[in-house]
Structures are given as C-alpha cells and as structure tokens.
Ligand binder design. Structure first.
Ligand SMILES: NC(=O)c1ccc[n+]([C@@H]2O[C@H](COP(=O)([O-])OP(=O)(O)OC[C@H]3O[C@@H](n4cnc5c(N)ncnc54)[C@H](O)[C@@H]3O)[C@@H](O)[C@H]2O)c1
Length: 254
C-alpha cells in the first residue's frame, strides 16, 4: 500500500517508541516524514533511517512549534498529516497525595499543552489546503481509572481526548479530520524496564488485558496509518482504542 505517496507527515516524539514505529510505517507507505523531537540524536537517526527530515523541537515551546509546521510547509509544500504524539510519564507523577505541583505542571505541559500548540499551528496550513488529518496520542487511561495512579498523566490524556473531539467537530466541514489514538500498554523500553524491576506489578497489569500481552509499537503504528489515511475518510472526532480489549473487559480469560 502506498497511501501516503506525495504526502507530508509531521511526527512529534518520532525518535522513539510509537513515534519511531509510525515514522517507519508512514515512510514505507510513501510519506515524506518530518521527525520532531527534543532528543536530537534519536530524532536525527530516525529521520535518516526513513529518508525524512529532522527538525529539533521542544513541543512545549510555542515559537518552536509554530516554526516546525511553517518550515515543513516551506520545505516540502504541504502538511497532510500531523501525528501529535510526544509525551512523558515520569516517576514523580504518582498518587495525587504525593505528586507535587511541579511534577503535575511538567506533565500537563508536555502531554497536553503541546497538543494544543501543535493543533493550533497545524490547522491553519490544513485550512489553506482544504484537507488534512491530525492524530493526537491520548491513552486508554483517558477512558478508565486505575488504583495505581499517575494523576497528571491521566488528566492530561483526558484533556487530549476532549480537545480532539471538539476540534474534530469544529473543523469537520473544512476537510480536516482530528482523531484521538488511545493505545493500551505498549512494549517499549520504558515499560520493559519498569516491569523488569517489578514483575509482580507487571503480572498485575497483564491480568487486565484480554489478549494477555502488551501491544507492539508496530501495531499502534498500523492504527495511526489507518487514521491518517483516506481509508478513514469518514472518521473524525473519535476515540480510537487500540488496547487489546482492556476497556471492554469485565473478566478476562485465564
Ligand atoms: N508506551 C505506552 O505504553 C503508551 C500507552 C499509551 C499511550 N502512550 C503515549 O504514546 C506517546 C508515545 O509514547 P512512547 O511509549 O512511544 O514514548 P517514548 O518515551 O518511547 O517516546 C517519546 C518521545 O517523545 C520525545 N519527547 C519527550 N518530550 C518531548 C518534548 N518536550 N518535545 C519533543 N519531544 C519530546 C522523546 O524524546 C521521545 O523520543 C506518548 O504520548 C505516551 O503518553 C504510550
């Protein structure tokens, strides 16, 4: 499939994990990929690997985000896909009882304010073109609660989900689709490290996944490629769960 032939895609957090897998997937389907990441080494490596372009960007910085989309359009002629995906999940963000205001604010900035900025500066380019697809990375925690809390993370993803829904509605008649991707737990280095340290916590989480395993980044990338492509032409303002059945489960198979 070459669903992105002649199209330009910006991927924030494209240097690692879900963003990297998506850069590979979209490039393999013909997209010109712009990798935006605060980590220059991994971001540049990802862009080089997929024959794309790296633009060093801190997604919490308004001027840098504005420049990211303007530079993309100046250099490559259009902005067809914006995958607003960069996010963090630091250990200081925990129960509301122990999470300080600085940790709370940092996560809100990187996970939620960044998506506001990316949409704010991507949409005008898409309005001029009369088309475009935005995929914002939320999480399954935007629709479910956990007793093992990461309070600011969960609240930030809830914000991403509601903002996405509203933008999808507002710009639907201008040819711009805006959808929220809600991944379940993904097999990334961060999660592997966490669970190697605490196998009991890993087992406790896995029991809630009907499929009995975490997602591979390529499985999430496949969903992003679908949402960003014309195959999803009637899908907007949606919460798109790719979670191995977690959000549908009451009891899981043994
Ligand atoms: N891994 C999971 O289990 C999981 C589950 C649901 C949702 N998510 C979400 O998916 C997204 C990607 O997660 P991942 O697991 O691939 O993480 P990751 O840590 O592998 O990759 C995140 C990337 O974002 C970049 N980044 C961080 N802060 C940035 C900033 N201020 N500006 C620009 N880039 C920045 C990092 O350098 C990194 O390359 C995040 O929004 C995360 O919350 C992840």
């Amino acid at each position: 499939m070459q669903r992105f032939e002649g199209r330009v895609a910006v991927i924030t957090g494209g240097g690692s994990g879900i963003g990297l897998a998506t850069a590979r997937r979209l490039a393999s389907e013909g997209a010109k990929v712009v990798v935006a990441d605060v980590d220059a080494a991994s971001g540049k490596a990802a862009a080089d690997e997929v024959g794309g372009e790296f633009i060093a960007t801190d997604v919490t910085d308004e001027a840098q985000v504005e420049a990211l989309f303007q530079t993309t359009v100046d250099r490559f002629g259009s902005l067809d896909v914006a995958f607003n995906n960069a996010g963090i999940s630091p250990p200081e963000d925990d129960s509301i009882l122990t999470t300080g205001i600085d940790a709370w604010r940092k996560v809100q900035e990187v996970n939620l304010t960044s998506v506001y900025l990316c949409c704010k500066y991507a949409i005008p380019h898409m309005q001029r073109q009369g088309k475009g697809a935005i995929v914002n990375t939320a999480s399954f925690v935007a629709v479910m609660g956990a007793a093992t809390s990461q309070i600011s993370y969960t609240a930030s993803k809830g914000g991403v989900l509601s903002m996405t829904r509203e933008l999808g509605v507002q710009f639907a008649r201008e040819g711009i689709r805006v959808n929220a991707l809600c991944p379940g737990p993904v097999n990334t280095p961060l999660l592997q490290e966490l669970f190697a340290k605490d196998p009991e916590r890993a087992a406790r989480r896995l029991v809630h996944v009907p499929m009995g395993r975490f997602a591979e980044p390529t499985e999430i990338a496949a969903a992003v490629a679908f949402l960003a492509s014309d195959d999803a032409s009637f899908i907007t303002a949606s919460q798109f769960l790719v979670d191995g059945g977690i959000s549908g489960a009451y009891v899981t198979p043994i």
